[in-house]
Design a protein around this ligand. Structure first.
Ligand SMILES: *[C@@H]1O[C@H](CO)[C@@H](O)[C@H](O)[C@H]1NC(C)=O
Length: 139
């Protein structure tokens, strides 16, 4: 009996310890994400080139209304981030992080989706493709 209790205690200790040691919430609750990047400019094509440390997603030229999308499983060890170079016209270009581990935890975990709407006045974020917040501007 004593041994049994002890091993129960030990196992729950292990589980608790393991969870509290997990790097972040994203790893435990949500580890597959999809990112959408939507050209919502008023009339320009958007040049886009996204990367992570492991991936080069290639160059894409998105027409107005176009949606560039990719999905990934977040690696426990790699602490995945994706960033994209974005450009339109002759004088608008910027590199933004479209996904970081922290962003996954705080902004995209609930839906496991990160939407970016690229507009004339900046970069808008949503996790449901409905309510948008301007996250960065072009300058
Ligand atoms: C996002 O919303 C737009 C406008 O309602 C719709 O056309 C598009 O299909 C949606 N995209 C996704 C991936 O839900």
């Amino acid at each position: 009996m004593y041994n049994h209790l002890l091993s129960c205690f030990f196992i729950s200790f292990l589980i608790t310890f393991h969870i509290s040691q997990a790097p972040t919430l994203a790893i435990v609750l949500c580890w597959r994400f999809r990112v959408h990047i939507i050209n919502a400019l008023s009339h320009d094509n958007l040049d886009i080139h996204c990367y992570s440390l492991d991936d080069d997603l290639g160059e894409h030229n998105l027409q107005v209304g176009g949606d560039f999308t990719f999905k990934f499983g977040e690696h426990v060890i790699h602490h995945t981030s994706f960033w994209c170079d974005m450009k339109y016209g002759s004088d608008h270009s910027k590199t933004i992080y479209v996904f970081t581990e922290k962003f996954g935890d705080n902004q995209c975990c609930h839906t496991r989706k990160c939407f970016w709407s690229i507009r004339d006045d900046g970069f808008y974020f949503s996790n449901n493709n409905q309510s948008w917040v301007r996250w960065y501007d072009w300058s």
